[in-house]
Design a protein around this ligand. Structure first.
Ligand SMILES: [Zn+2]
Length: 188
């Protein structure tokens, strides 16, 4: 969503890029304005949606709840990964500048840092430097971690270990979703 706005150079996109280049989390209003716009499109109504990395603050979560009224989120998944592993993953992460596909130094694209999906250039993000990463982790502790209690209190939270291969983590998430659905919670 962000990438599309940044690439198109929309007013929201330009503001977002400026803040991301500094390693800052985006302002709540900016993020939620983009989310509100996207959630109005017809595919959301037909198929539902997954938000990845949003909301990141309690203020965003409150705005999201207001946007979704009279509906609500079926489930919030907290992927738990130890900080030392987060640091290793971020330092090794490489992304496609065009489509945003993720790679790492240990699983690069097939051909010389050219994206397998779209042929775009695969690079290290400007905000994946050591300094910007420490700043993001600090912001996470102060601004995002409180969301865990916020969603737990609303009985929307499930915690899943984010360690292991992508397939392993995916299987864990599917299991949690199925169990919750079988218990008839959410998923109207
Ligand atoms: Zn690509």
């Amino acid at each position: 969503m962000l990438r599309a706005a940044v690439k198109q150079g929309t007013p929201l996109g330009r503001k977002a890029k400026d803040q991301m280049d500094k390693g800052e989390l985006l302002g709540d209003d900016l993020i939620m304005e983009m989310v509100a716009e996207r959630l109005q499109e017809s595919d959301v109504r037909a198929r539902g949606f997954v938000l990845d990395g949003c909301p990141r603050t309690v203020a965003q979560a409150e705005q999201l709840a207001a946007i979704l009224t009279p509906y609500d989120l079926d489930l919030v998944i907290d992927l738990e990964v130890h900080t030392s592993q987060v640091l290793r993953r971020l330092a090794a992460r490489r992304v496609c500048v065009d489509c945003g596909a993720n790679y790492s130094t240990s699983s690069p694209p097939l051909i010389n840092w050219t994206c397998d999906v779209c042929g775009g250039e695969v690079i290290q993000r400007e905000d994946d430097t050591e300094e910007a990463i420490s700043r993001r982790l600090e912001l996470y502790e102060h601004q995002t971690a409180p969301l865990i209690e916020w969603y737990r209190a609303r009985k929307q939270l499930e915690t899943v270990a984010g360690t292991g291969t992508p397939d392993t983590v995916t299987r864990r998430m599917v299991k949690v979703i199925e169990e919750r659905r079988n218990r008839g919670i959410g998923f109207a």
